[in-house]
Design a protein around this ligand. Structure first.
Ligand code: MG
Ligand code: MG
Length: 256
């Protein structure tokens, strides 16, 4: 079952997305060498609760934290930890907020200190691919158009697109139908309609597209242990242009 949202429901998701964007900004302002990712997790949880929301991830299938924090070769679903960040690391911070019964979901990958140029480029190109995917999320297009735009852009640069994990519909549940693959064929798949709310989230690897899951049952890592980047927005399909409900505005302000 695919749920197409009313404008009232989209307003509720927008409200969740606003708290989420601000929570990301709080975390962004703390990222530096020496801080532990557990501190980032605590701050995000506190901020979300202070603003009347609930961290969507905490307790989701028993996930124990409010943030997924995925350093370096961890693609997604990493656990916050007491290991301090060091110069040269990259970390993906993925967060979800539930407010008034509706979820929003977004992710951003940060460089810490001095990061190798090829890795900085991976971050920039993965972020760019997210927006290329979003450009295709308009009524009348097909899901394959979204995936194709992402895949075509990043594979031309020699990167690997993760197949095992995909974006998703979002609303009253964190993960709803349909799947939003970051790969695909133009003109194939579900026809997109106004009111479809999607979390689009390219996961792009510097090397091979292959990933492995660690014994904790969550952490997904690249098979070749090369770095991976992840950017995500929650968007609503509209007639001429998708509307991005989440925002990197507060992140970018914090990084200035
Ligand atoms: Mg996410
Ligand atoms: Mg997601």
């Amino acid at each position: 079952m695919i749920f197409y949202k009313t404008e009232e429901e989209i307003d509720l998701i927008r409200a969740s997305a606003r708290v989420l964007a601000q929570a990301h900004g709080e975390v962004a302002g703390m990222i530096r060498e020496g801080i532990t990712t557990r501190e980032l997790d605590r701050r995000a949880e506190e901020f979300i609760k202070d603003h009347g929301g609930k961290p969507s991830f905490k307790g989701y299938r028993d996930f124990p934290f409010s943030l997924c924090i995925s350093p370096n070769s961890v693609v997604v679903h990493g656990f916050p930890s007491d290991v301090a960040l060091k110069s040269g690391d990259i970390i993906s911070v993925d967060c979800g907020v539930e407010l008034n019964g509706y979820h929003a979901d977004s992710a951003y990958t940060y460089p810490v200190g001095e990061v190798a140029p090829e890795v900085l480029e991976l971050l920039a190109e993965t972020k760019k691919s997210l927006y290329l995917g979003i450009e295709q999320a308009v009524a009348g297009n097909r899901m394959g158009d979204v995936g194709y735009a992402i895949q075509n852009y990043v594979e031309k640069r020699g990167y690997g697109v993760v197949r095992e994990l995909v974006g998703h519909g979002i609303g009253q549940k964190l993960h709803e139908r349909p799947d939003v693959p970051n790969y695909g064929k133009r003109g194939s798949g579900l026809k997109l309609q106004t009111g479809l709310v999607l979390a689009i989230e390219p996961m792009v690897n510097l090397g091979t597209k292959s990933v492995v899951q660690e014994k904790d049952g969550w952490t997904i890592r690249t098979k070749d242990l090369k770095p991976s980047a992840h950017f995500e927005h929650t968007v609503v399909v509209r007639k001429d242009k998708a509307e991005i409900l989440t925002s990197f505005e507060y992140i970018e302000k914090a990084l200035q």
